[in-house]
Unconditional design. Structure first.
Length: 380
């Protein structure tokens, strides 16, 4: 191995060693940057779920992973990008301060910080308090009809049509929807009555585990509703492989093993008209922290429901502590769990199809209620 490869291996992370061995003329930060960007673009290009010209809503919480995802989209739309991304991005931030018991002043300060961060991107953005989930109609609990299945050649046809179009690309801020300005003009109002109702709902759950699950489902419904009402067809989440590894194990412990494919896969079509994608699922939290630090990607820490909680306060928190400590001693722990999740698929039992099976009222996944004879019963 060359002297440069050893230096690059030392400065970057161990997973970069095969990649940087063939790059002999660039400094370690440069090769790491190319590696990081390439993996994001390869994840989108390999799956071909996002078509050219589609509106994609980026869910940004202010954390390192979602802010890194936002940075990658900015990089892909910049003039210096080798192959520009061809979708139209927007940003959404869900304020969960009411569920975490934060004061109104603290919540407004956090939203003002997020507003400053989003304004610097030039993308349209939406600041949405979690209380708005109480105003949603019951129709959000029903899977919307999905668009007709498109053949494999549809993506190529969309690319050709996009290239032949005469519009400006990337879209200029003044050319975007005028109704976006209403969301950007001022911080959203927080109704005290809605805040109290939401806090009563959260306090009615008996355990921290149930509260975290409820918060996750409410957040997801509000994200999907925002995407629908604002005209987006894709929802992009910033879940990295470290978080997905914890989610996989905790979901099994919570009895959600049948829903793992939707909860941890690259794409999730349970909502029908809105498809959720996770382009950051190939990155570890360590890679993301390195990239954000080396290239000064801004992020904002906002305390959440599980901030500063004990390891045994919830199943999710205990699983996170277990995986983190195991990863410190065995560095392949997260990658092994993550690779296992890639092999999972949803299997519909019998003749039941995805669109006719009974679904959960909260998460809209198929109910796994068909229980066959267990080995103990067969033995008897």
């Amino acid at each position: 191995m060359s002297k440069f490869s050893s230096i690059c291996f030392h400065f970057c992370v161990p997973r970069l060693r095969p990649y940087v061995a063939g790059i002999g003329s660039k400094r370690p930060p440069d090769c790491f940057r190319e590696y990081f960007i390439h993996k994001f673009r390869a994840m989108l290009g390999k799956n071909r779920i996002i078509f050219p010209g589609e509106k994609v809503l980026l869910a940004v919480s202010g954390g390192p992973s979602s802010c890194s995802m936002l940075s990658q989209v900015q990089e892909g739309l910049s003039q210096n990008a080798h192959k520009k991304l061809r979708f139209i991005p927007g940003i959404v931030y869900i304020d969960e301060g009411a569920a975490a018991g934060r004061s109104v002043d603290d919540r407004k300060t956090a939203m003002a910080q997020m507003q400053t961060l989003f304004e610097a991107t030039g993308f349209p953005f939406h600041l949405v308090p979690l209380e708005q989930v109480l105003d949603l109609s019951p129709s959000v609990l029903v899977m919307a009809p999905s668009p007709s299945e498109q053949p494999g050649s549809a993506y190529k046809a969309a690319v050709d049509q996009f290239i032949q179009s005469k519009g400006h690309w990337p879209p200029r801020p003044q050319d975007q929807d005028q109704d976006q300005d209403l969301d950007q003009a001022s911080l959203p109002d927080i109704q005290e009555s809605h805040t109290q109702l939401l806090q009563q709902l959260m306090s009615s759950t008996k355990t921290q585990t149930a509260r975290e699950e409820l918060l996750s489902m409410l957040r997801q419904h509000l994200l999907v509703h925002t995407a629908r009402t604002k005209g987006y067809s894709k929802l992009m989440l910033g879940d990295c492989c470290s978080r997905l590894a914890v989610k996989l194990l905790s979901s099994i412990a919570l009895g959600r093993g049948a829903q793992l494919a939707q909860d941890t896969g690259f794409s999730d079509s349970r909502y029908g008209d809105i498809i959720t994608v996770r382009p950051m699922r190939d990155y570890s939290s360590k890679e993301i922290v390195f990239y954000n630090h080396m290239f000064k990607v801004p992020s904002i820490f906002i305390p959440g429901l599980d901030t500063m909680t004990a390891d045994k306060s919830s199943i999710q928190r205990l699983t996170e502590s277990f995986v983190t400590k195991l990863q410190a001693d065995f560095p392949s722990t997260v990658s092994t769990i993550y690779r296992t999740s890639e092999k999972l698929q949803t299997a519909w039992k019998g003749s039941c199809a995805a669109d006719v099976c009974d679904t959960c009222l909260l998460c809209l996944c198929a109910l796994d209620t068909t229980v066959g004879d267990c080995s103990y019963r067969l033995f008897l």
